[in-house]
Design a protein around this ligand. Structure first.
Ligand code: FAD
Length: 135
C-alpha cells in the first residue's frame, strides 16, 4: 500500500506514512474488561520489543537468564526504531543516530565491540568503526 507525495520540484515520491497500528492499540481498551480464560506464572515478562525491550532481552541472555517471555503488540519488532525493506534494501522508518559514547560508557562500548559496530580505539583513544563518524 503506497501513496505518491510531491517533492519541492514537483517530482513524485512514492511512499507511505507509517507508525503504530492504532486499531490494535485500541483493542487493549476492550481487552481490559474481558474475562481471563488462561493464566500462567513467569519470572520475567518483557512488554514491548522496542529498543528498551530488545536491550532487556539482550542483557538477560548475556547473563544466562532464559526464563523470560516477551509480549509485542505489533506484528514487527523495533518499536519507534523499526525498519522496512523494499527493492533497494533495508531502510529505517526514521533516522536514528547514536552519539559517540564517552569512554566511561562501558556497556555501550562493549555492545558496539561485540557486534562489530566498532573495531576498537585509535591512537587518540577515539572509537574506530565501520563508517563510524564518517556519515
Ligand atoms: C522521529 C524520531 C527520531 C528519533 N531519533 C532518535 C535518534 O536519532 N537517536 C536516539 O537515540 N533516539 C531517537 N529517537 C527516540 C527513540 O526512537 C526512542 O527513544 C526509542 O525508540 C524508544 O524505545 P522504547 O523501546 O523505549 O519504546 P518504543 O520504540 O516505543 O517501543 C515500545 C514497544 O512496545 C510495544 N507495546 C506498546 N504497548 C504494548 C502492550 N500493551 N503490549 C505489548 N507491546 C506493547 C510497541 O508496539 C513497541 O514495539 C527518535 C524518535 C523519533 C520518533
Amino acid at each position: 500500500m503506497g501513496e505518491v507525495f510531491t517533492n519541492f520540484e514537483g517530482g513524485a515520491i512514492h511512499g507511505q506514512i507509517v507508525g503504530a497500528n492504532h486499531a490494535i492499540g485500541h483493542l487493549l481498551r476492550k481487552a481490559i474488561s474481558l474475562p481471563i480464560h488462561q493464566s500462567h506464572q513467569i519470572k520475567i515478562l518483557i512488554i514491548g520489543l522496542g529498543i528498551s525491550g530488545l536491550t532487556a532481552g539482550y542483557f538477560l541472555q548475556k547473563a544466562g537468564i532464559t526464563d523470560y517471555e516477551i509480549l509485542e503488540l505489533e506484528s514487527h519488532i523495533g518499536g519507534n526504531s523499526t525498519l522496512g525493506e523494499d527493492a533497494s534494501g533495508w531502510y529505517p522508518w526514521v533516522n536514528h543516530y547514536l552519539p559517540i559514547p564517552s569512554l566511561e560508557n562501558k556497556e555501550l562500548i562493549d555492545f558496539l565491540s561485540e557486534n562489530k559496530i566498532t573495531t576498537g580505539f585509535d591512537e587518540n583513544k577515539r572509537l574506530n568503526g565501520n563508517n563510524w563518524g564518517e556519515a
